[in-house]
Ligand binder design. Structure first.
Ligand code: AMP
Ligand code: MG
Length: 426
């Protein structure tokens, strides 16, 4: 048996960063930038007003107050989206809207609430200024967000919604990013029936293909669901072929010691096997190897194959530990590890056979301290234990287990509080 770390290192060393492609802007979300982006212009492009009000020369507001308003002659109007032709000469003001370019001659804005338009003395349009302003007040300067020619976003950066917005502010319809990995997913088992079909006695629905495909999409890959292979070499080989153009192949089931566990046998013939068992619970029976794939030109190449265990919780947990970091690495991410927190465990967990246990827990926070409670039955077939969990509590392989009240490390899967049992708000 090998350790979780060793298994992860072997999987990670089998994958590299994928090639780059030009993506439409929205398609870049969640991917890694593959170019340095600098700005061809200043953002904002011109000095403009941060408020609705009047563009003035600040010197003209000297001494102005609510008691002693100063009257300025209004010579025009500046709206967002157009460059006004007006000029603010001494003693004048231009009515201005938020975002409108600052008219020539003006150096500051007096907000509407600091003006009074009922004070005009004659027929000419005049505005009463009720407050003294300093140069630059409520002016947004050209280039204060982004300077022309400056590096705005560096290659290697992970694109979040804010970066999408920044790229849009530079007018970019497309951007160069690392390609998403295509991950083929094949379920194995004579007992499996696909969803949407009637369920004859003795059969179960194929849930793994869907939980795994959902995980692949969740972490940014493109899942290719290949359906169900039966527990025969022929069926498996036929289905496997469909997946060999992908960047990675996942199978579920067929890797334990049962009579019908053919994945091991097929892999042994078709590729190179790296390991079979990991010191881990759930998820001990795990196969990993390189399998001969195909390229566009039909020439064989090798793609990594992970033979995940069939039990639904085991396949999800092993995905989290080994497949997720591999997908992130292929996508160019550097931050492959999940955050770990320390929590007080509220239930006993016995470790009877020296494996590292990843117990499904709900983490909540009370009085500045994290608590982790088991999500119920921990059998590797109890998929709802995974659905309820927002973390995996780690019970070390060299321990006999933990007692309620002990401190444990928890690998957080999710920080949300939408599961009913999640973070308490009291
Ligand atoms: P195996 O590793 O093939 O022996 O499968 C272990 C357990 O996981 C068995 O109880 C299978 O019925 C179950 N199992 C295998 N594949 C799936 C699947 N795709 N969906 C749901 N359960 C599965
Ligand atoms: Mg099976």
């Amino acid at each position: 048996m090998i350790s979780v770390e060793e298994a992860r290192d072997r999987v990670l060393s089998s994958v590299g960063v994928l090639d780059e492609e030009e993506s439409p802007l929205l398609g870049s979300l969640g991917r890694v930038l593959a170019e340095d982006v600098s700005s061809p212009f200043d953002v904002p492009p011109r000095d403009n007003s941060a408020m609705d009000g009047y563009a003035v020369r600040s010197a003209d507001t000297r001494g102005a107050s609510r008691k002693r308003p100063r009257l300025l002659r209004v010579v025009g109007m500046a709206v967002a989206g157009a460059v006004s032709g007006c000029r603010v000469e001494p003693g004048t003001a231009v009515r201005i809207m938020t975002g409108a370019p600052l008219p020539e001659g003006a150096d500051s804005i007096v907000r509407f609430e600091d003006t009074d338009e009922t004070l005009r003395s004659g027929p000419a349009t005049e505005i009463g200024i009720l407050k003294k302003v300093e140069p630059g007040w409520d002016v947004r300067y050209a280039g204060e967000d982004i300077r022309k020619d400056s590096l705005v976003l560096a290659r290697g950066l992970w694109i979040s919604p804010a970066e999408v917005g920044v790229l849009a502010s530079l007018g970019r319809p497309t951007v160069k990013v690392v390609r998403r990995p295509r991950v083929a997913i094949l379920a194995t088992g004579d007992e499996l029936v696909d969803i949407g079909q009637p369920l004859p006695g003795g059969k179960i629905y194929n849930s793994n293909s869907y939980s795994l495909a959902a995980l692949v999409s969740y972490y940014g890959g493109i899942p290719e669901v290949l359906g169900i292979a039966r527990d025969s070499e022929d069926s498996l080989v036929a289905r496997l072929r469909e997946g060999l153009a992908a960047d990675m192949l996942l199978t579920s089931g067929g890797v334990s010691l049962g009579d019908y566990d053919v994945v091991r046998d097929v892999l042994a013939k078709q590729g190179k096997i790296s390991f079979w068992t990991v010191r881990l619970k759930p998820g001990k029976p795990l196969a990993f190897g390189m399998i001969k794939g195909v390229t566009k030109t039909g020439v064989g190449r090798e793609i990594p194959h992970l033979g995940l265990p069939g039990n639904p919780v085991s396949s999800m947990v092993t995905f989290e530990l080994f497949v997720r970091p591999a997908i992130l690495k292929m996508m160019g991410r550097k931050d492959l590890a999940r955050p770990l927190i320390e929590a007080v465990i509220e239930d006993e967990v016995v470790n009877s056979d020296g494996r590292r246990i990843f117990a499904r827990v709900v983490v909540s926070e009370r009085g500045g301290q994290y608590f982790a409670r088991l999500t119920g039955l921990q059998g590797s077939g109890v998929l709802t234990s995974m659905a309820l969990a927002n973390g995996l509590a780690i019970i070390p392989e060299d321990s006999q287990g933990v007692a309620a009240g002990d401190r444990v490390q928890v690998m957080m899967l999710d920080w949300s509080n939408n599961k009913g049992l999640g973070f308490s708000v009291d």
